[in-house]
Design a protein around this ligand. Structure first.
Ligand code: GLU
Length: 610
Protein backbone atom coordinates (compact mmCIF):
# COMPACT_ATOMS: atom_id res chain seq x y z
CA UNK A 1 0.00 0.00 0.00
CA UNK A 2 1.50 3.32 -1.02
CA UNK A 3 -0.16 5.68 1.39
CA UNK A 4 -1.43 4.16 4.60
CA UNK A 5 -3.30 7.29 5.62
CA UNK A 6 -6.04 6.68 3.09
CA UNK A 7 -8.58 9.12 4.53
CA UNK A 8 -5.91 11.82 4.91
CA UNK A 9 -4.78 11.23 1.32
CA UNK A 10 -8.38 11.42 0.11
CA UNK A 11 -8.95 14.74 1.91
CA UNK A 12 -5.70 16.20 0.50
CA UNK A 13 -6.73 15.28 -3.02
CA UNK A 14 -10.18 16.77 -2.46
CA UNK A 15 -8.52 19.90 -1.08
CA UNK A 16 -6.28 20.22 -4.16
CA UNK A 17 -9.18 19.78 -6.55
CA UNK A 18 -11.51 22.23 -4.83
CA UNK A 19 -8.77 24.87 -4.24
CA UNK A 20 -9.22 26.03 -7.83
CA UNK A 21 -12.70 27.29 -7.01
CA UNK A 22 -12.48 31.02 -6.20
CA UNK A 23 -16.19 31.78 -6.44
CA UNK A 24 -17.97 33.81 -3.78
CA UNK A 25 -17.22 36.83 -1.63
CA UNK A 26 -15.81 37.25 1.86
CA UNK A 27 -18.36 38.67 4.34
CA UNK A 28 -17.62 42.29 5.21
CA UNK A 29 -20.72 43.40 7.10
CA UNK A 30 -18.73 42.80 10.26
CA UNK A 31 -15.73 44.94 9.22
CA UNK A 32 -13.14 42.78 10.97
CA UNK A 33 -14.22 39.67 9.00
CA UNK A 34 -13.22 41.41 5.75
CA UNK A 35 -9.54 41.35 6.75
CA UNK A 36 -9.17 37.57 6.30
CA UNK A 37 -7.06 36.02 3.52
CA UNK A 38 -9.79 34.82 1.12
CA UNK A 39 -7.66 31.94 -0.19
CA UNK A 40 -7.38 30.19 3.15
CA UNK A 41 -8.69 26.65 2.88
CA UNK A 42 -8.56 23.95 5.54
CA UNK A 43 -10.31 20.63 6.08
CA UNK A 44 -10.36 18.36 9.10
CA UNK A 45 -12.21 15.16 9.95
CA UNK A 46 -12.23 13.56 13.40
CA UNK A 47 -13.68 10.11 14.04
CA UNK A 48 -15.64 9.23 17.16
CA UNK A 49 -12.67 7.22 18.41
CA UNK A 50 -10.41 10.25 18.09
CA UNK A 51 -8.56 9.71 14.81
CA UNK A 52 -7.73 13.13 13.29
CA UNK A 53 -7.29 13.81 9.56
CA UNK A 54 -6.33 17.39 8.67
CA UNK A 55 -5.21 19.08 5.49
CA UNK A 56 -4.54 22.58 4.08
CA UNK A 57 -4.89 25.59 6.38
CA UNK A 58 -6.54 23.51 9.06
CA UNK A 59 -4.69 25.36 11.82
CA UNK A 60 -5.76 28.88 10.78
CA UNK A 61 -7.86 30.34 13.54
CA UNK A 62 -11.02 32.20 12.72
CA UNK A 63 -14.06 33.40 14.68
CA UNK A 64 -16.66 30.64 14.90
CA UNK A 65 -19.63 32.96 14.23
CA UNK A 66 -22.94 31.14 13.71
CA UNK A 67 -21.35 27.73 14.10
CA UNK A 68 -21.44 28.52 17.83
CA UNK A 69 -25.24 28.34 17.73
CA UNK A 70 -25.80 24.58 17.85
CA UNK A 71 -23.32 24.21 20.71
CA UNK A 72 -24.92 26.97 22.77
CA UNK A 73 -28.31 25.45 22.01
CA UNK A 74 -27.03 22.11 23.30
CA UNK A 75 -25.71 23.82 26.42
CA UNK A 76 -29.07 25.54 27.00
CA UNK A 77 -30.92 22.24 26.62
CA UNK A 78 -28.55 20.64 29.04
CA UNK A 79 -28.87 23.51 31.53
CA UNK A 80 -32.63 24.15 31.41
CA UNK A 81 -34.20 21.06 29.86
CA UNK A 82 -36.07 20.79 26.62
CA UNK A 83 -39.41 22.15 27.78
CA UNK A 84 -38.07 25.42 29.11
CA UNK A 85 -35.91 25.97 26.02
CA UNK A 86 -38.86 25.28 23.73
CA UNK A 87 -40.80 28.06 25.46
CA UNK A 88 -38.16 30.49 24.24
CA UNK A 89 -37.23 29.20 20.82
CA UNK A 90 -39.01 26.94 18.31
CA UNK A 91 -37.68 24.31 15.93
CA UNK A 92 -39.33 25.43 12.70
CA UNK A 93 -37.20 26.25 9.63
CA UNK A 94 -37.77 29.74 8.23
CA UNK A 95 -37.69 30.80 4.63
CA UNK A 96 -36.14 34.07 5.82
CA UNK A 97 -32.57 35.29 5.95
CA UNK A 98 -30.56 34.32 9.03
CA UNK A 99 -30.72 37.85 10.39
CA UNK A 100 -34.40 38.46 9.61
CA UNK A 101 -36.33 40.50 12.13
CA UNK A 102 -39.29 38.15 12.42
CA UNK A 103 -40.89 36.14 15.17
CA UNK A 104 -43.60 33.51 15.12
CA UNK A 105 -46.79 35.59 15.25
CA UNK A 106 -48.77 33.16 17.36
CA UNK A 107 -46.17 32.56 20.07
CA UNK A 108 -43.74 35.47 19.68
CA UNK A 109 -41.01 32.87 19.71
CA UNK A 110 -38.10 33.03 17.30
CA UNK A 111 -38.50 30.25 14.74
CA UNK A 112 -35.42 28.20 15.54
CA UNK A 113 -32.07 28.43 17.36
CA UNK A 114 -29.99 28.54 14.17
CA UNK A 115 -31.25 31.99 13.04
CA UNK A 116 -30.02 35.05 14.89
CA UNK A 117 -33.26 35.71 16.78
CA UNK A 118 -33.35 32.16 18.10
CA UNK A 119 -29.65 32.20 18.90
CA UNK A 120 -30.05 35.44 20.85
CA UNK A 121 -32.97 33.90 22.77
CA UNK A 122 -30.70 30.90 23.50
CA UNK A 123 -27.95 33.25 24.63
CA UNK A 124 -30.38 34.87 27.04
CA UNK A 125 -30.99 31.46 28.59
CA UNK A 126 -27.24 31.18 29.07
CA UNK A 127 -26.75 34.73 30.40
CA UNK A 128 -25.83 35.09 34.09
CA UNK A 129 -26.11 38.22 36.24
CA UNK A 130 -22.46 38.99 35.84
CA UNK A 131 -21.15 39.40 32.26
CA UNK A 132 -17.78 37.92 33.00
CA UNK A 133 -19.45 34.84 34.55
CA UNK A 134 -21.53 34.40 31.38
CA UNK A 135 -18.41 34.70 29.24
CA UNK A 136 -16.45 32.27 31.39
CA UNK A 137 -19.23 29.67 31.31
CA UNK A 138 -19.69 30.03 27.55
CA UNK A 139 -15.94 29.63 26.97
CA UNK A 140 -15.86 26.62 29.25
CA UNK A 141 -18.64 24.90 27.29
CA UNK A 142 -17.08 25.65 23.89
CA UNK A 143 -13.70 24.50 25.17
CA UNK A 144 -15.13 21.23 26.45
CA UNK A 145 -16.68 20.58 23.04
CA UNK A 146 -13.33 21.36 21.37
CA UNK A 147 -11.17 19.55 23.92
CA UNK A 148 -8.83 22.51 24.46
CA UNK A 149 -9.02 26.00 25.96
CA UNK A 150 -10.53 28.39 23.45
CA UNK A 151 -10.37 32.17 23.50
CA UNK A 152 -12.19 35.17 22.11
CA UNK A 153 -10.92 37.32 19.23
CA UNK A 154 -11.44 40.69 20.88
CA UNK A 155 -11.14 42.72 17.68
CA UNK A 156 -13.88 40.64 16.01
CA UNK A 157 -15.98 41.01 19.15
CA UNK A 158 -15.42 44.80 19.21
CA UNK A 159 -16.12 45.09 15.51
CA UNK A 160 -19.44 43.28 15.79
CA UNK A 161 -20.32 44.94 19.07
CA UNK A 162 -19.91 48.35 17.45
CA UNK A 163 -21.78 47.54 14.23
CA UNK A 164 -24.26 44.77 15.09
CA UNK A 165 -27.29 47.03 15.24
CA UNK A 166 -29.50 44.62 13.37
CA UNK A 167 -28.96 42.03 16.10
CA UNK A 168 -29.59 44.79 18.61
CA UNK A 169 -32.92 45.46 16.87
CA UNK A 170 -33.81 41.77 17.12
CA UNK A 171 -32.97 41.70 20.83
CA UNK A 172 -35.03 44.82 21.56
CA UNK A 173 -37.94 43.45 19.58
CA UNK A 174 -37.85 40.32 21.73
CA UNK A 175 -37.66 42.48 24.84
CA UNK A 176 -40.73 44.26 23.56
CA UNK A 177 -42.69 40.99 23.35
CA UNK A 178 -41.22 39.77 26.66
CA UNK A 179 -39.53 36.89 24.88
CA UNK A 180 -36.36 37.97 26.61
CA UNK A 181 -36.36 39.69 29.98
CA UNK A 182 -32.75 40.47 30.64
CA UNK A 183 -31.08 43.69 29.50
CA UNK A 184 -30.50 43.25 25.74
CA UNK A 185 -26.92 44.59 26.01
CA UNK A 186 -26.04 41.84 28.50
CA UNK A 187 -27.50 39.18 26.23
CA UNK A 188 -25.82 40.66 23.13
CA UNK A 189 -22.51 40.82 24.96
CA UNK A 190 -22.65 37.05 25.37
CA UNK A 191 -23.98 36.50 21.84
CA UNK A 192 -21.26 38.60 20.19
CA UNK A 193 -18.62 36.91 22.32
CA UNK A 194 -19.79 33.40 21.47
CA UNK A 195 -19.61 34.37 17.78
CA UNK A 196 -16.05 35.70 18.29
CA UNK A 197 -14.63 32.48 19.81
CA UNK A 198 -11.52 31.52 17.84
CA UNK A 199 -11.33 28.00 16.42
CA UNK A 200 -9.37 26.20 13.75
CA UNK A 201 -10.67 23.35 11.60
CA UNK A 202 -9.37 20.76 14.01
CA UNK A 203 -11.24 22.36 16.92
CA UNK A 204 -14.46 22.49 14.97
CA UNK A 205 -14.04 18.91 13.73
CA UNK A 206 -13.60 17.74 17.34
CA UNK A 207 -16.70 19.75 18.33
CA UNK A 208 -18.67 18.10 15.51
CA UNK A 209 -17.22 14.70 16.43
CA UNK A 210 -18.44 15.24 19.99
CA UNK A 211 -21.94 15.57 18.56
CA UNK A 212 -21.29 12.52 16.33
CA UNK A 213 -20.30 10.63 19.49
CA UNK A 214 -23.62 11.57 21.13
CA UNK A 215 -22.08 14.20 23.38
CA UNK A 216 -18.84 12.57 24.48
CA UNK A 217 -15.67 14.32 23.36
CA UNK A 218 -13.60 11.66 21.56
CA UNK A 219 -10.29 13.30 22.47
CA UNK A 220 -10.85 13.92 26.17
CA UNK A 221 -13.61 11.43 26.99
CA UNK A 222 -15.53 14.31 28.59
CA UNK A 223 -19.32 13.86 28.44
CA UNK A 224 -20.21 17.42 27.44
CA UNK A 225 -23.96 17.06 26.94
CA UNK A 226 -26.38 14.13 27.12
CA UNK A 227 -27.34 12.04 24.06
CA UNK A 228 -30.93 13.32 24.18
CA UNK A 229 -29.68 16.91 23.95
CA UNK A 230 -27.44 15.94 21.05
CA UNK A 231 -30.39 14.42 19.24
CA UNK A 232 -32.30 17.71 19.54
CA UNK A 233 -29.27 19.72 18.38
CA UNK A 234 -28.72 17.49 15.35
CA UNK A 235 -32.41 17.71 14.44
CA UNK A 236 -32.36 21.49 14.19
CA UNK A 237 -28.98 21.43 12.45
CA UNK A 238 -30.47 19.08 9.86
CA UNK A 239 -33.50 21.26 9.21
CA UNK A 240 -32.16 24.77 9.81
CA UNK A 241 -28.36 24.71 9.85
CA UNK A 242 -27.47 26.02 6.42
CA UNK A 243 -29.33 29.34 6.23
CA UNK A 244 -31.84 29.49 3.38
CA UNK A 245 -30.19 26.55 1.75
CA UNK A 246 -31.18 24.04 4.44
CA UNK A 247 -33.74 22.22 2.30
CA UNK A 248 -31.48 21.80 -0.69
CA UNK A 249 -28.60 20.87 1.62
CA UNK A 250 -30.68 18.12 3.22
CA UNK A 251 -31.55 16.90 -0.23
CA UNK A 252 -28.01 16.95 -1.65
CA UNK A 253 -25.76 16.25 1.33
CA UNK A 254 -28.14 14.92 3.95
CA UNK A 255 -25.96 15.60 6.99
CA UNK A 256 -26.73 17.81 9.99
CA UNK A 257 -24.43 20.81 9.59
CA UNK A 258 -24.01 24.46 10.54
CA UNK A 259 -22.24 27.19 8.66
CA UNK A 260 -21.11 30.66 9.68
CA UNK A 261 -20.25 33.89 7.90
CA UNK A 262 -16.52 33.57 8.61
CA UNK A 263 -16.47 30.66 6.15
CA UNK A 264 -16.68 27.67 8.49
CA UNK A 265 -18.91 24.66 8.10
CA UNK A 266 -19.17 21.94 10.72
CA UNK A 267 -20.94 18.73 9.64
CA UNK A 268 -21.83 15.65 11.65
CA UNK A 269 -22.04 12.04 10.55
CA UNK A 270 -23.80 10.63 13.64
CA UNK A 271 -22.05 7.65 15.12
CA UNK A 272 -19.08 8.10 12.78
CA UNK A 273 -17.29 11.43 12.57
CA UNK A 274 -17.22 15.21 12.60
CA UNK A 275 -16.09 17.22 9.58
CA UNK A 276 -14.98 20.86 9.49
CA UNK A 277 -14.10 23.07 6.55
CA UNK A 278 -12.80 26.63 6.49
CA UNK A 279 -12.80 28.77 3.35
CA UNK A 280 -13.95 32.40 3.67
CA UNK A 281 -15.57 33.02 0.29
CA UNK A 282 -19.35 32.76 0.67
CA UNK A 283 -22.18 32.30 -1.80
CA UNK A 284 -25.20 34.60 -1.92
CA UNK A 285 -26.93 32.73 0.92
CA UNK A 286 -23.90 33.01 3.22
CA UNK A 287 -22.43 29.50 2.99
CA UNK A 288 -18.75 28.85 2.26
CA UNK A 289 -18.55 27.89 -1.42
CA UNK A 290 -15.66 25.46 -1.07
CA UNK A 291 -16.96 24.25 2.29
CA UNK A 292 -20.21 23.17 0.70
CA UNK A 293 -18.35 21.46 -2.12
CA UNK A 294 -16.17 19.50 0.32
CA UNK A 295 -19.18 18.30 2.30
CA UNK A 296 -21.11 17.42 -0.82
CA UNK A 297 -18.25 15.39 -2.30
CA UNK A 298 -17.35 13.69 0.96
CA UNK A 299 -20.96 12.66 1.59
CA UNK A 300 -21.39 11.45 -1.97
CA UNK A 301 -18.11 9.53 -2.24
CA UNK A 302 -18.79 7.56 0.92
CA UNK A 303 -22.60 7.33 0.90
CA UNK A 304 -22.93 9.39 4.08
CA UNK A 305 -26.30 10.97 3.33
CA UNK A 306 -28.61 10.17 6.25
CA UNK A 307 -31.01 8.39 3.96
CA UNK A 308 -28.60 6.51 1.76
CA UNK A 309 -28.68 2.73 1.77
CA UNK A 310 -26.29 1.40 4.36
CA UNK A 311 -27.29 -2.01 5.58
CA UNK A 312 -28.42 -5.22 4.07
CA UNK A 313 -30.99 -6.70 6.40
CA UNK A 314 -31.22 -9.93 4.47
CA UNK A 315 -28.10 -11.23 6.11
CA UNK A 316 -29.08 -10.75 9.76
CA UNK A 317 -29.81 -14.49 10.10
CA UNK A 318 -26.56 -15.94 8.92
CA UNK A 319 -27.47 -19.57 9.36
CA UNK A 320 -30.39 -21.52 10.74
CA UNK A 321 -30.53 -25.18 11.68
CA UNK A 322 -32.42 -27.70 13.78
CA UNK A 323 -30.99 -29.98 16.42
CA UNK A 324 -31.55 -33.14 14.36
CA UNK A 325 -29.53 -31.73 11.47
CA UNK A 326 -26.42 -30.63 13.30
CA UNK A 327 -25.49 -32.30 16.55
CA UNK A 328 -23.55 -31.05 19.49
CA UNK A 329 -19.92 -31.95 19.84
CA UNK A 330 -20.73 -34.36 22.63
CA UNK A 331 -19.64 -37.87 21.82
CA UNK A 332 -22.63 -40.18 21.46
CA UNK A 333 -23.02 -43.85 20.80
CA UNK A 334 -25.18 -45.25 18.01
CA UNK A 335 -28.32 -45.65 20.09
CA UNK A 336 -28.10 -42.08 21.34
CA UNK A 337 -27.59 -40.74 17.85
CA UNK A 338 -30.68 -42.61 16.66
CA UNK A 339 -32.76 -41.09 19.44
CA UNK A 340 -31.45 -37.60 18.67
CA UNK A 341 -32.22 -37.96 14.98
CA UNK A 342 -35.71 -39.19 15.80
CA UNK A 343 -36.75 -37.08 18.76
CA UNK A 344 -34.62 -33.94 18.93
CA UNK A 345 -36.84 -31.84 16.72
CA UNK A 346 -37.88 -28.98 18.95
CA UNK A 347 -34.63 -27.08 19.15
CA UNK A 348 -33.50 -24.55 16.55
CA UNK A 349 -30.41 -22.37 16.26
CA UNK A 350 -30.33 -18.91 14.69
CA UNK A 351 -26.82 -17.71 14.02
CA UNK A 352 -27.13 -13.89 13.92
CA UNK A 353 -24.83 -11.26 12.54
CA UNK A 354 -24.45 -7.49 12.22
CA UNK A 355 -25.85 -4.72 14.40
CA UNK A 356 -29.33 -5.52 15.67
CA UNK A 357 -31.35 -2.35 15.41
CA UNK A 358 -35.12 -2.28 15.02
CA UNK A 359 -35.28 -3.40 11.38
CA UNK A 360 -32.88 -6.29 11.90
CA UNK A 361 -34.47 -7.40 15.18
CA UNK A 362 -37.86 -7.39 13.50
CA UNK A 363 -36.57 -10.11 11.17
CA UNK A 364 -35.25 -12.12 14.08
CA UNK A 365 -38.52 -11.76 16.01
CA UNK A 366 -40.50 -12.76 12.94
CA UNK A 367 -38.35 -15.86 12.41
CA UNK A 368 -38.64 -16.84 16.07
CA UNK A 369 -42.43 -16.53 15.75
CA UNK A 370 -42.47 -18.72 12.64
CA UNK A 371 -40.33 -21.40 14.31
CA UNK A 372 -42.53 -21.43 17.40
CA UNK A 373 -45.63 -21.88 15.26
CA UNK A 374 -43.94 -24.88 13.66
CA UNK A 375 -43.58 -26.53 17.08
CA UNK A 376 -40.05 -25.45 18.02
CA UNK A 377 -39.84 -25.10 21.81
CA UNK A 378 -36.27 -23.93 22.32
CA UNK A 379 -34.30 -21.51 20.20
CA UNK A 380 -30.65 -20.69 20.66
CA UNK A 381 -29.75 -17.23 19.40
CA UNK A 382 -26.05 -17.05 18.66
CA UNK A 383 -24.81 -13.47 19.22
CA UNK A 384 -21.18 -14.25 18.51
CA UNK A 385 -21.15 -12.13 15.37
CA UNK A 386 -23.47 -9.42 16.68
CA UNK A 387 -21.53 -6.28 17.55
CA UNK A 388 -24.39 -4.43 19.21
CA UNK A 389 -28.09 -4.34 19.92
CA UNK A 390 -29.30 -0.73 19.90
CA UNK A 391 -32.10 0.65 22.05
CA UNK A 392 -34.67 0.12 19.29
CA UNK A 393 -33.58 -3.48 18.80
CA UNK A 394 -33.64 -4.10 22.52
CA UNK A 395 -37.10 -2.54 22.89
CA UNK A 396 -38.45 -4.93 20.27
CA UNK A 397 -36.69 -7.90 21.84
CA UNK A 398 -38.35 -7.09 25.18
CA UNK A 399 -41.72 -7.35 23.43
CA UNK A 400 -40.74 -10.68 21.92
CA UNK A 401 -39.81 -12.03 25.34
CA UNK A 402 -43.14 -10.77 26.73
CA UNK A 403 -45.05 -12.41 23.92
CA UNK A 404 -43.32 -15.74 24.59
CA UNK A 405 -44.16 -15.58 28.31
CA UNK A 406 -46.40 -18.47 29.34
CA UNK A 407 -45.89 -20.42 26.10
CA UNK A 408 -43.15 -22.59 27.58
CA UNK A 409 -40.76 -21.56 24.84
CA UNK A 410 -37.15 -20.91 25.87
CA UNK A 411 -34.71 -18.55 24.18
CA UNK A 412 -31.09 -19.42 24.87
CA UNK A 413 -28.87 -16.36 24.51
CA UNK A 414 -25.41 -17.54 23.54
CA UNK A 415 -22.16 -15.55 23.50
CA UNK A 416 -23.62 -12.53 25.27
CA UNK A 417 -21.65 -12.76 28.50
CA UNK A 418 -18.76 -10.33 29.07
CA UNK A 419 -19.81 -8.26 26.05
CA UNK A 420 -20.35 -4.63 27.05
CA UNK A 421 -22.32 -3.79 23.93
CA UNK A 422 -24.74 -6.66 24.66
CA UNK A 423 -25.13 -6.09 28.39
CA UNK A 424 -28.67 -4.80 27.76
CA UNK A 425 -29.67 -8.33 26.76
CA UNK A 426 -28.10 -9.91 29.83
CA UNK A 427 -29.90 -7.39 32.05
CA UNK A 428 -33.26 -8.50 30.66
CA UNK A 429 -32.95 -11.82 32.48
CA UNK A 430 -33.55 -10.07 35.80
CA UNK A 431 -37.05 -8.97 34.75
CA UNK A 432 -37.91 -12.14 32.88
CA UNK A 433 -40.56 -13.42 35.31
CA UNK A 434 -41.72 -16.21 32.99
CA UNK A 435 -38.24 -17.61 32.58
CA UNK A 436 -38.22 -17.31 28.80
CA UNK A 437 -34.56 -16.32 28.65
CA UNK A 438 -31.57 -18.43 29.50
CA UNK A 439 -28.02 -17.21 29.21
CA UNK A 440 -25.70 -19.91 27.93
CA UNK A 441 -21.99 -19.81 27.16
CA UNK A 442 -22.33 -21.09 23.64
CA UNK A 443 -24.75 -22.79 21.30
CA UNK A 444 -22.99 -26.14 21.51
CA UNK A 445 -23.48 -26.35 25.26
CA UNK A 446 -27.19 -25.53 24.95
CA UNK A 447 -27.58 -28.05 22.17
CA UNK A 448 -25.74 -30.78 24.12
CA UNK A 449 -27.93 -30.11 27.14
CA UNK A 450 -31.07 -30.39 25.03
CA UNK A 451 -29.85 -33.68 23.49
CA UNK A 452 -29.15 -35.05 26.96
CA UNK A 453 -32.70 -34.23 28.01
CA UNK A 454 -34.11 -35.89 24.86
CA UNK A 455 -32.02 -39.00 25.47
CA UNK A 456 -33.08 -39.17 29.10
CA UNK A 457 -36.72 -38.77 28.10
CA UNK A 458 -36.41 -41.69 25.72
CA UNK A 459 -35.53 -43.81 28.75
CA UNK A 460 -31.88 -44.28 27.96
CA UNK A 461 -29.81 -43.56 31.03
CA UNK A 462 -26.44 -42.43 29.95
CA UNK A 463 -23.06 -42.82 31.38
CA UNK A 464 -24.10 -45.14 34.16
CA UNK A 465 -21.51 -47.72 33.76
CA UNK A 466 -17.81 -47.48 33.55
CA UNK A 467 -16.49 -48.08 30.05
CA UNK A 468 -14.03 -50.93 29.72
CA UNK A 469 -10.57 -50.10 28.43
CA UNK A 470 -11.13 -52.16 25.30
CA UNK A 471 -13.98 -49.82 24.36
CA UNK A 472 -11.73 -46.75 24.25
CA UNK A 473 -11.09 -45.41 20.76
CA UNK A 474 -7.31 -45.08 21.23
CA UNK A 475 -7.02 -48.73 22.21
CA UNK A 476 -9.09 -50.13 19.39
CA UNK A 477 -7.64 -53.23 17.76
CA UNK A 478 -5.56 -54.27 20.77
CA UNK A 479 -6.01 -57.90 21.85
CA UNK A 480 -7.04 -59.07 25.32
CA UNK A 481 -3.45 -59.60 26.42
CA UNK A 482 -2.42 -56.11 25.38
CA UNK A 483 -5.45 -54.59 27.11
CA UNK A 484 -4.51 -56.49 30.26
CA UNK A 485 -1.00 -55.02 30.06
CA UNK A 486 -2.49 -51.53 29.73
CA UNK A 487 -4.81 -52.25 32.61
CA UNK A 488 -1.80 -52.98 34.78
CA UNK A 489 -0.31 -49.51 34.25
CA UNK A 490 -3.62 -47.58 34.29
CA UNK A 491 -4.58 -45.44 37.26
CA UNK A 492 -8.14 -44.22 37.84
CA UNK A 493 -9.13 -40.71 38.78
CA UNK A 494 -12.49 -39.25 39.62
CA UNK A 495 -13.36 -35.59 39.17
CA UNK A 496 -16.12 -33.51 40.71
CA UNK A 497 -18.39 -31.37 38.47
CA UNK A 498 -16.51 -28.25 37.38
CA UNK A 499 -13.14 -29.63 38.41
CA UNK A 500 -10.20 -28.87 36.14
CA UNK A 501 -8.87 -32.16 34.77
CA UNK A 502 -6.00 -30.74 32.74
CA UNK A 503 -4.70 -27.21 32.78
CA UNK A 504 -3.38 -25.20 29.82
CA UNK A 505 0.34 -24.56 30.17
CA UNK A 506 1.06 -27.59 32.34
CA UNK A 507 3.67 -30.11 31.24
CA UNK A 508 2.10 -32.92 29.27
CA UNK A 509 3.41 -36.03 30.96
CA UNK A 510 0.31 -38.23 30.98
CA UNK A 511 -2.96 -38.68 29.16
CA UNK A 512 -6.44 -39.63 30.24
CA UNK A 513 -9.29 -41.58 28.76
CA UNK A 514 -12.84 -40.96 29.94
CA UNK A 515 -14.60 -43.98 31.40
CA UNK A 516 -17.73 -42.18 32.57
CA UNK A 517 -19.16 -38.66 32.26
CA UNK A 518 -18.27 -35.82 29.93
CA UNK A 519 -15.75 -33.01 29.99
CA UNK A 520 -15.40 -29.72 28.11
CA UNK A 521 -12.32 -28.48 26.34
CA UNK A 522 -12.03 -24.75 26.91
CA UNK A 523 -9.51 -22.27 25.63
CA UNK A 524 -8.84 -19.32 27.95
CA UNK A 525 -9.63 -15.93 26.36
CA UNK A 526 -8.76 -13.76 29.34
CA UNK A 527 -8.57 -13.89 33.12
CA UNK A 528 -12.30 -14.65 33.49
CA UNK A 529 -13.34 -15.74 30.05
CA UNK A 530 -13.05 -19.03 28.26
CA UNK A 531 -14.47 -20.50 25.09
CA UNK A 532 -15.70 -24.08 25.04
CA UNK A 533 -14.32 -25.61 21.88
CA UNK A 534 -15.18 -29.27 22.23
CA UNK A 535 -16.73 -31.88 24.42
CA UNK A 536 -15.24 -35.20 25.37
CA UNK A 537 -17.26 -38.22 26.40
CA UNK A 538 -16.80 -41.86 27.42
CA UNK A 539 -14.31 -43.71 25.26
CA UNK A 540 -12.38 -40.61 24.27
CA UNK A 541 -8.84 -39.66 25.13
CA UNK A 542 -7.71 -36.37 26.64
CA UNK A 543 -4.24 -34.94 26.19
CA UNK A 544 -3.02 -37.92 24.19
CA UNK A 545 -0.82 -35.56 22.13
CA UNK A 546 1.55 -35.91 25.08
CA UNK A 547 2.60 -39.19 23.50
CA UNK A 548 3.84 -37.30 20.45
CA UNK A 549 5.45 -34.11 21.60
CA UNK A 550 5.42 -34.08 25.39
CA UNK A 551 5.07 -30.30 25.27
CA UNK A 552 2.67 -28.11 27.25
CA UNK A 553 -1.10 -28.51 27.49
CA UNK A 554 -2.85 -26.19 25.04
CA UNK A 555 -6.32 -26.12 26.60
CA UNK A 556 -8.18 -26.58 29.85
CA UNK A 557 -10.32 -29.66 30.34
CA UNK A 558 -13.13 -29.22 32.83
CA UNK A 559 -15.45 -31.97 34.08
CA UNK A 560 -19.09 -31.23 33.11
CA UNK A 561 -20.48 -33.54 35.78
CA UNK A 562 -18.88 -36.32 37.81
CA UNK A 563 -16.19 -37.88 35.61
CA UNK A 564 -14.28 -41.10 35.98
CA UNK A 565 -11.08 -41.40 33.93
CA UNK A 566 -8.14 -43.71 33.39
CA UNK A 567 -4.74 -42.11 33.51
CA UNK A 568 -1.60 -43.36 31.76
CA UNK A 569 1.79 -41.79 32.18
CA UNK A 570 3.68 -41.31 28.95
CA UNK A 571 6.67 -42.94 30.54
CA UNK A 572 4.88 -46.14 31.45
CA UNK A 573 3.28 -46.48 28.00
CA UNK A 574 6.71 -46.03 26.42
CA UNK A 575 8.18 -48.65 28.74
CA UNK A 576 5.36 -51.04 27.86
CA UNK A 577 5.98 -50.49 24.17
CA UNK A 578 9.62 -51.43 24.48
CA UNK A 579 8.49 -55.04 25.03
CA UNK A 580 5.31 -54.92 22.93
CA UNK A 581 5.86 -52.35 20.13
CA UNK A 582 2.47 -53.23 18.63
CA UNK A 583 0.74 -51.37 21.49
CA UNK A 584 2.33 -48.03 20.60
CA UNK A 585 1.79 -48.67 16.89
CA UNK A 586 -1.93 -49.28 17.38
CA UNK A 587 -2.35 -46.30 19.66
CA UNK A 588 -0.64 -43.94 17.21
CA UNK A 589 -2.68 -45.37 14.33
CA UNK A 590 -5.90 -44.74 16.26
CA UNK A 591 -4.79 -41.19 17.05
CA UNK A 592 -4.20 -40.48 13.37
CA UNK A 593 -7.64 -41.87 12.59
CA UNK A 594 -9.32 -39.66 15.15
CA UNK A 595 -7.42 -36.60 13.93
CA UNK A 596 -8.59 -37.37 10.41
CA UNK A 597 -12.19 -37.50 11.62
CA UNK A 598 -11.83 -34.17 13.40
CA UNK A 599 -10.33 -32.58 10.33
CA UNK A 600 -13.16 -33.91 8.16
CA UNK A 601 -15.69 -32.53 10.61
CA UNK A 602 -14.02 -29.10 10.56
CA UNK A 603 -14.02 -29.15 6.77
CA UNK A 604 -17.71 -30.05 6.73
CA UNK A 605 -18.48 -27.23 9.11
CA UNK A 606 -16.51 -24.76 7.05
CA UNK A 607 -18.34 -25.73 3.89
CA UNK A 608 -21.72 -25.57 5.71
CA UNK A 609 -20.91 -21.96 6.59
CA UNK A 610 -20.30 -20.95 2.98
N1 GLU B 1 -22.21 37.12 14.49
C1 GLU B 1 -22.89 36.96 13.26
C2 GLU B 1 -24.19 37.75 13.22
O1 GLU B 1 -25.02 37.59 14.08
C3 GLU B 1 -23.12 35.54 12.98
C4 GLU B 1 -23.66 35.40 11.62
C5 GLU B 1 -23.48 34.06 11.05
O2 GLU B 1 -22.38 33.50 11.13
O3 GLU B 1 -24.45 33.56 10.48
O4 GLU B 1 -24.43 38.53 12.36
Amino acid sequence: MRDQDIVGAYLSRLHAEISANRDGEVATYIPELGRVDPDKFGICAVTIDGQVYCTGDWDSEVSIQSVSKPFMYGAALSEHGRERVLEHVGVEPTGEMFNAIVLDEATNRPFNPMVNAGAIATSELMTLDDRSDSTARMLDIMSRFAGRDLDIDTSVFRSEHDTGHRNRAIAYMMLNTAMIRRAPEDVLDLYFKQCAVLVNCRDLAVMAATLAAHGRNPMTGDRVIAPDNVRDVLSVMASCGMYDYAGQWGFDVGLPAKSGVSGLIGAVVPGQLGLAVFSPRLDAVGNSVRGMEVCRRFAEDFGLHSFSERTDLRSVIRREYRSGEIQSRNVRDGREIDIIRRDATEFAVLDLQGPLFFGAMERVARRVGALVSKGVREIALDFRRVALVDTGGLALFVRLVDALGGTGVTLHLAEVRYRDSLSGLVDLVTDDADGVLKIVDDVDGALADYENRVIAKAGLTQETQKLALSDHAVFEGLDAGEIAQLQSIAGTLSFAPGEVMLKAGDDAKAFLTVARGTASVTVPLGPERARRVASIGPGQAIGEMALLDGGKRSANIVADGPVLAYIFSVESIRALSDDSPRIMEKILGNMVLSLTHRLRRTNDELSAME
